[in-house]
Design a protein around this ligand. Sequence first.
Ligand SMILES: [Fe+2]
Length: 308
Amino acid sequence: MGRATLADIKGKDLSALAKETKTNTGDTNKVSNANKNRNNTSDSRGKKSRRRHGKMIMPAAVLVSPVQRLFDTCKDVFALSGTGIVPTPDKIEQLRAVLDEIHPANIGLTPRMPCFSPPSYQRAPPITYLHIHECEKFSMGIFCLPPSGVLPLHNHPGMTVFSKLLFGTMHIKSYDWVVDVSSNASAVVTPSETVQHPAVRLAKVKVDSDLTAPCNTSILYPADGGNMHCFTAVTACAVLDVLGPPYSDPEGRHCAYYYDYPFTKLSVDGVTVPEEEKDKHAWLEEREKPEDLVVVGASYTGLEIVEK
Ligand SMILES: [Fe+2]
């Protein structure tokens, strides 16, 4: 796939990259084989156990792959998924716990894969999205960013999003809308510059820091937690993203992109924030999808998911 919005790439299998992924699944195969070996060991122990006790007890939890467990948990956690519907706190914790147990090695991902090496001739290195699953309730996939790769500032309307950094270091900058002054801040304004800006809206910085794996899963919500975010790869890195519900233009969940301007760059009548808070605020202006954003989609060829 060439260029598409983050929403467009979900659910599409692109043969060009699938080939690349296929050639780099040595570790995946190792994982699969390792699992087979584990299963064989388990089988032989089971047979011995059966011989001793006349009955074989299968340790079901051992046989479930981390991705399968993630899929099963998402089905439960997002069973009532819809625009603006946030799972209950216990469901959130359930999913967070499953994500905390996922590591690159056990999902067949390695920094040595070519998608993590930036081609030197391109200014903005392409980002790869490994599609794992998408249904109307949720989507799961992995963003693979080479060094300096950028997922530009974008939103997640009405969604709850879990992002697990699998490896590498990534800078996250995220915002939430400031709602208490939105009536003023979302109005069309004339900025102090000569450049015409159609509309800006006030947002507050939620996160502006580097994240290095292993680290906690980040969670954002429809109205807080940093619903608009930008990822910049400091080193090659991979992020496992779970969205509930997924992007959907027909259902009004369109992926929008934004410019962000320092609070002090524009002046808007009636909108003030305390001096010490100014650097924690910014004006966001919706923009077209950045032209230099290249997201290449591919199917995840790691461990298989079984829909029960
Ligand atoms: Fe995102």
